[in-house]
Design a protein around this ligand. Structure first.
Ligand SMILES: *Cc1c(COP(=O)(O)O)cnc(C)c1O
Length: 420
């Protein structure tokens, strides 16, 4: 089967050997998925999820049982007072933008204690001038870089917090950076330190790509808000759109009033038929995340021995589903992404090209033979065309597909004569 799909004998053998050596680590991942699965089932049972919850609403969406129950389920999964989970939240950037805009007022300051936030947030915050940015509303921003060893600069953070500091933005995942992703434990330590200086500051965690990777979430260790996208981990590959914000009731309520309108809040917002896929996606998410994690570890263990630096490294513990592989040249980034594309169930016959995508400051190449546009819990790879020419690989609804896609990426590098 592999041969007929374009994988040669050599690449297949390397794959088998690599997988064989990862059995124990895969067992640990399966155990985490088991615990997360129980968390989701418990939340669904407690909130009496029923077939009526899969009905749809239209128009204003008043009394949408499925939508309201799902929000209670999310709140229980994340152990928070409240949650907003909506199709009207269009993506992760929107969810983060919403959470900040809803809870900040002119004169307030945002602090990122972990260096530069995700690319798309630069325009949201107004680090780079952008129409509609928080900066245009008189909201200021400050960041404290990580120390050279990637630990938190506690002294710098202490100095950066002042009277107007209102919201702390902590990005869990590395995103498009080569710094490590933070563990939930590290995030908990950071939040405890910050709350020790200013107890009433809002600690918001950009939870994108982190959900269900560990048995605890940032909301279990003091985060006031956790925010993410449903076309990543918690949507389980089935949510066709959406974002969530979970946390303290007063902050989540502000988000609801900002998302719809003051006075209306969470009472409106028709579910338009997506409720069933939101529930089913959340139900599958723990095992889908496990598949993606196995793929990430497999990729690191395949590429690192070939001399490509990997973040996380082949042996490191995982805190998100992203695998960065530094390939060192634009040609390799393109070949890698074309391999992932060629291994996809959808659009496998097309060859991706680098493109100036909205929200990103350099050209980006993206491989995504996905059922949903841009869904990065599905096997996907993307890389900004800039030094050090790293690709960021993530997702895989099933382990078998993740494995095949990664083998295909290696095959494309080999076929183009780009392996060292
Ligand atoms: C993907 C991502 C976002 C933005 O989500 P979109 O759905 O692409 O808008 C924000 N932060 C991090 C860390 C992400 O990985």
């Amino acid at each position: 089967m592999y041969r007929s799909l374009g994988i040669d004998e050599d690449i297949y053998r390397i794959g088998e050997k690599t997988e064989e050596a990862l059995k124990e680590r895969f067992a640990v991942i399966d155990r985490t998925a088991e615990i997360c699965q129980m968390k989701v089932i418990a939340a669904m049972q407690k909130n009496r999820v029923s077939t009526e919850c899969f009905e749809t609403s239209t128009g204003y969406g008043y009394n949408d049982l499925g939508r309201d129950t799902l929000e209670a389920v999310y709140a229980d999964v994340f152990h928070t007072e409240s949650a907003l989970v909506r199709a009207q939240i269009t993506c992760g950037t929107h969810a983060l933008s919403l959470a900040m805009a809803a809870n900040l007022r002119p004169g307030d300051e945002i602090l990122s204690p972990v260096g530069k936030p995700y690319d798309t947030l630069e325009q949201v915050i107004g680090i780079a001038p952008a129409p509609g940015s928080l900066r245009e509303f008189g909201i200021t921003y400050r960041q404290v870089e990580l120390l050279p060893d990637n630990s938190f600069d506690y002294e710098g953070i202490r100095e950066a917090i002042h009277e107007n500091t209102k919201l702390i933005e902590i990005q869990r995942s590395k995103g498009y950076l080569t710094r490590p992703t933070f563990s939930v434990e590290q995030i908990g330590e950071l939040i405890a330190f910050i709350k020790g200086i200013k107890p009433d500051v809002i600690c918001m965690v950009d939870n994108c790509y982190g959900e269900f990777v560990e048995t605890l979430e940032p909301s279990d260790v003091g985060a006031d808000l956790v925010v993410g996208s449903l076309i990543k981990n918690p949507g389980g590959g089935l949510a066709p759109i959406g974002g969530y914000i979970a946390g303290k009731r007063e902050y989540v309520e502000q988000c609801a009033y900002r998302l719809t309108s003051p006075g209306l809040g969470r009472e409106v917002g028709a579910s338009l038929g997506v409720s069933r896929s939101f529930y089913q996606g959340l139900f599958l998410a723990p095992t889908v995340v496990a598949s993606a994690l196995k793929g990430a570890i497999f990729a690191a263990n395949l590429y690192e021995p070939l001399g490509f630096s990997c973040v996380p490294s082949a042996s490191e513990e995982r805190h998100d589903i992203i695998q960065a592989v530094t390939l060192g040249s634009p040609e390799r980034v393109v070949a890698f992404c074309r391999g992932i594309q060629a291994g996809s169930p959808v659009d496998s016959y097309v060859a991706p090209e680098p493109w100036a995508m909205p929200g990103y400051h350099s050209e980006v190449i993206m491989a995504a033979g996905a059922f949903y546009q841009g869904s990065s819990i599905e096997l996907s790879a993307d890389g900004p065309i800039e030094p050090p020419y790293a690709v960021y690989f993530q997702g895989g609804l099933t382990w078998a597909h993740a494995k095949f896609g990664i083998l295909m990426s290696l095959q494309k590098l080999k076929d183009a004569g780009l392996l060292p």
